[in-house]
Ligand binder design. Structure first.
Ligand code: 13P
Ligand code: SF4
Length: 375
């Protein structure tokens, strides 16, 4: 069972448990086995698939979506007794928090973590908050945490008057926060925080400071903290962090008329040099609505970009970077793990259950429900 609420949530400490026989990836009957197991489970089970999942997994997803849509789906389907969450650990935790006490969530591979979520531990965030309290600014600071964070960080946020956000509602969450307070502590993705504050809310870069959890006082002077509107946590996504302005100028020079479309986890200079920015769901809808013959260079995870290219042969869909860029932890969930988890349930065993400790879940739910209620 996935432990929650302490710094032991780190992916490296979660461990992997695949008791029983994990089918070989080369098993020619995998698709047939998945089809049979899925049919036997019927409406008792629901498979949720994030847009970054492999095609072989997406083929068995009842609902696909970005992290916001999947959180909503978990909250709105109380009849599904079992949820197989094909995504990463923090998403499965959120599903467990938002579902009823009788529903159970399984993550087919417990090693499917998120390196960005692991960049903010509960101890580090509590230390930061204590420093803000000492300076007398905590009462005027609203914590906003990106969905890509542990349940413990979401609980901290709920306890301290804040909300969760995703890449599709970050502007609304920040506006909501600035109606309640003067400063925002944005966890753990500095890029989503900076891009949203500067591009969507018109906050200047000078009003954003970076809290480094590995340095005393976050590596900041008291006056830097006092003068800041946005205190950004020093976390980032290593997948989106690879995209550069050189990638953009290179592709613009090679492909006339290309549109650059990126995820807001990319660096600020990459987002400002792009034509469009938005969540995975936004990226899909933008490509779907684009005219035939249009050209798109997309800066997000490669499974999604490849799927878009296959689905839209009448448009030119390119990957923004020349080198391969999968999210290795999202890719941990493959068809063998999904088959293994579904067949175990057919045999009456739920494997890899993600169960958030009650006290943590209570406070984290407050922060998640504030997000779901955002105007
Ligand atoms: P979305 O919120 O767009 O689904 O993105 C989640 C994620 O992990 C992006 O790296
Ligand atoms: Fe985490 Fe980045 Fe993978 Fe998204 S793409 S799950 S932020 S490591």
């Amino acid at each position: 069972m996935g432990r929650v609420g302490t710094d032991q949530d780190l992916a490296s400490e979660r461990g992997v448990s695949c008791t029983g026989d994990l089918p070989a990836p080369s098993d020619p009957d995998l698709v047939e086995r998945a089809t049979v197991a899925r049919k036997k489970l019927g409406s008792r089970a629901m498979v949720l698939g994030h847009h970054y999942q492999r095609d072989e997994v997406i083929a068995f997803a009842d609902i696909t979506g970005d992290s916001f849509k999947l959180a909503q789906a978990a909250a709105e389907n109380p009849d599904a007794e079992f949820i197989f969450f094909c995504g990463v650990h923090f998403m499965a935790e959120s599903a467990d928090i938002l579902t009823t006490a009788t529903q159970k969530v399984s993550l087919p591979d417990l090693a499917a973590g998120c390196s960005m979520a692991d960049m903010a531990t509960a101890t580090q965030v509590n230390d930061c908050w204590k420093a803000l309290e000492k300076l007398g600014v905590a009462a005027r600071t609203i914590p906003i945490t990106y969905m890509n964070s542990s349940a413990a960080i979401k609980a901290f946020t709920g306890k301290n008057g804040g909300a969760v956000c995703t890449s599709s509602n970050a502007p609304r969450a920040l506006k909501w926060a600035f109606e309640k307070g003067e400063k925002v502590l944005f966890l753990p993705d500095q890029h989503l925080g900076r891009n949203t504050a500067v591009i969507e809310l018109g906050i200047s870069l000078d009003e954003c400071v970076l809290w480094n959890p590995w340095k005393p006082n976050g590596g900041l002077t008291d006056s830097q903290i006092l003068n800041a509107k946005m205190i950004l946590w020093r976390g980032h996504c290593s997948v989106h962090g690879r995209f550069s302005t050189e990638n953009i100028s290179d592709i613009r020079s090679r492909v006339a008329g290309v549109n650059i479309l990126v995820h807001p986890e990319c660096k600020h200079e990459v987002v400002t040099a792009s034509d469009f920015v938005g969540s995975t769901e936004f990226i899909i809808k933008t490509v779907e609505a684009a005219p035939i013959g249009s050209k798109w260079a997309i800066g997000t995870e490669l499974n999604l970009v490849s799927r878009l290219a296959k689905a839209h042969p009448d448009k030119e869909i390119l990957f923004l970077d020349k080198t391969v860029c999968y999210c290795s932890t999202m890719n941990r969930i493959d068809l063998p793990h999904l088959v293994w988890a579904m067949e175990a349930l057919v045999d009456g065993r739920l494997v890899n259950q993600i169960s958030v400790e009650a006290e943590v879940a209570k406070h984290a739910r407050v922060a998640l429900e504030r997000m779901l209620a955002l105007p």
